[in-house]
Write a protein that binds this ligand. Sequence first.
Ligand SMILES: [Zn+2]
Length: 122
Amino acid sequence: MKNKLYSIFTNTCPQCHQGKVFKYKNPFSLKHFSDMNETCSNCQLKYEKEVGFFYGAMYVSYALTSGFFIVSFIIDLMYVQAAMWKLITFLIVSLVILSPLTYRLARLIWLNFFFKYKDEKK
Ligand SMILES: [Zn+2]
């Protein structure tokens, strides 16, 4: 399946779905989780198309985090009914643990807003 979700969840170039966006596979390697390739190794797409391009990914990150909060809150309300302090502790801990993932997802989603998939075989 070649679409935007494929690029987002497999850390691949939004344009060719071949080259990797982030250099290292493991998002939880704290030293390297944010290391990105400057260009695609396959189609030479320059990921940071202008200076500060990735500032916009902060809004995506904000949306992801809010979405996560809302979903957790609804699940808690419907099924868990944990005390508020437990819910808040859970949210803060997950936020910290998931932050490298959020960071990557936000940038990959942001890239996919601006670049479209081009099938080379066509
Ligand atoms: Zn590419």
